[in-house]
Design a protein around this ligand. Structure first.
Ligand code: PMP
Length: 360
């Protein structure tokens, strides 16, 4: 079998033991004579899967009982619209602009009639190479929420400290760092994430929302209404059953490994090694402010586009897949999600040393 290291930003590498278990159970799930894909979403076997997934996620993240966990579809991108639709009608919605995904969240919110969108801080002038200063942000007292992107997948930045929003709910797009490090759920009114990085396959979106934020609007389409989705336990319509099953296996894998504290330690070690290699190099450098560097997505450049291209081409030849930076920023990006193996980081660093020796 072809062995590769998959540095993709998403859909991303999944834990091998998870894929093996899914393979073992594929044709005959728990003696049902069927695969999970063929089970009714109303069957007791699937009910067990969705309930167990929720419980495992609750334990892993320490989700208090006054928060609902929803398994939805439409990607993190649909949340860009669902959030203002549910929470900001005839109100002001505040955003901190830290990169391409924040910008998309802002522009989708602006399309919703009756919502006033305010960008209260931005690092756009710094080309998003940092998180903006948060000590002087002004949040209107009656704001519906403050939205942040905790980890900026494309630019490689992360909040090291959360904005203080007082009684205004903080809403976080955690698509690219959910389950990678410890967060206190009580700091947030709502958290959401597309699954295809640290949770499982694409097609599933996880929403964690505090009870008091469930929609009170009468006229919202049912599929877009958090309250209806919560009341039907994510079974208003057919949910992405197989993606939820794989997420359950990922949550089991992470629990066995020691939970988020254990994976956070590993993630920090993996990232620190790669940052050290970049910082000690005479060829490669990091475009990101040292204090705000992500441990999930690590962009780096040679400052020579031709050399970047050669690096990516040579790396691909030896099975280092998806190292190309996002088309909007160029260069390279190594995404080191939870399931990315430590040996892969060591192999990349070796390759960088050899490349530097040849091309400096
Ligand atoms: N937010 C962030 C931080 C992301 O990284 C992504 C996807 N890479 C998205 C939103 C969009 O997610 P989706 O493709 O699930 O809509």
């Amino acid at each position: 079998m072809k062995e590769v290291y998959n540095f993709s930003a998403g859909p991303a590498v999944l834990p091998k033991p998870v894929l093996k278990k899914a393979q073992q159970e594929l044709l005959n799930y728990h003696d049902s004579g069927m695969s999970v894909m063929e089970l009714s979403h109303r069957s007791s076997l699937f009910e067990e899967i969705i309930e167990n997934s929720e419980q495992l996620l609750r334990q892993l993240m320490g989700i208090p009982s006054n928060y609902r966990v929803l398994f939805l579809q439409g990607g993190a991108s649909l949340q860009f619209s669902m959030i203002p639709l549910n929470l900001a009608k005839n109100k002001t919605a505040c955003y901190i602009n830290t990169g391409s995904w924040s910008k998309k969240a802002i522009s989708e919110a602006k399309k919703i009639a009756g919502v006033t969108v305010k960008t209260i801080a931005s690092s756009e002038e710094q080309h998003f190479n940092c998180i903006p200063a948060l000590d002087q942000i002004e949040i209107p007292k009656d704001a519906a929420y403050v939205h942040i992107t905790t980890n900026n997948t494309i630019e490689g930045t992360v909040y090291t400290k959360l904005p203080q929003t007082g009684s205004v709910p903080l809403i976080a797009d955690m698509s690219s760092d959910i389950l990678s490090k410890q967060y206190n759920i009580n700091d947030f009114g709502m958290i959401y994430a597309g699954a295809q990085k640290n949770i499982g396959p694409a097609g599933l979106t996880v929403v964690i929302i505090r009870d008091d934020l469930l929609n009170q609007e009468a006229a919202l389409s049912s599929m877009l209404d958090y309250k209806i989705q919560a009341e039907s336990h994510s079974l208003y319509n057919t949910p992405p059953t197989f993606a939820i099953y794989i997420a359950q296996l990922v949550f089991e894998w992470l629990t066995e490994l020691g939970g988020i504290a254990a994976i956070e330690k590993q993630n920090k070690e993996k990232a620190a090694k790669l940052y050290a290699a970049i910082d000690n190099s005479k060829l490669f450098c990091s475009p990101v402010e040292p204090n705000d560097r992500s441990i999930m997505n690590i962009p780096f450049v040679t400052n020579n586009q031709e050399l970047d291209k050669k690096f990516i081409a040579d790396a691909t030849k030896i099975g280092f897949e998806n190292l190309k930076g996002h088309r909007s920023v160029g260069g390279m990006r190594a995404s080191l999600y939870n399931a990315f193996p430590e040996q892969g980081v060591a192999a990349l660093i070796d390759f960088m040393h050899n490349f530097e020796a040849k091309h400096l």
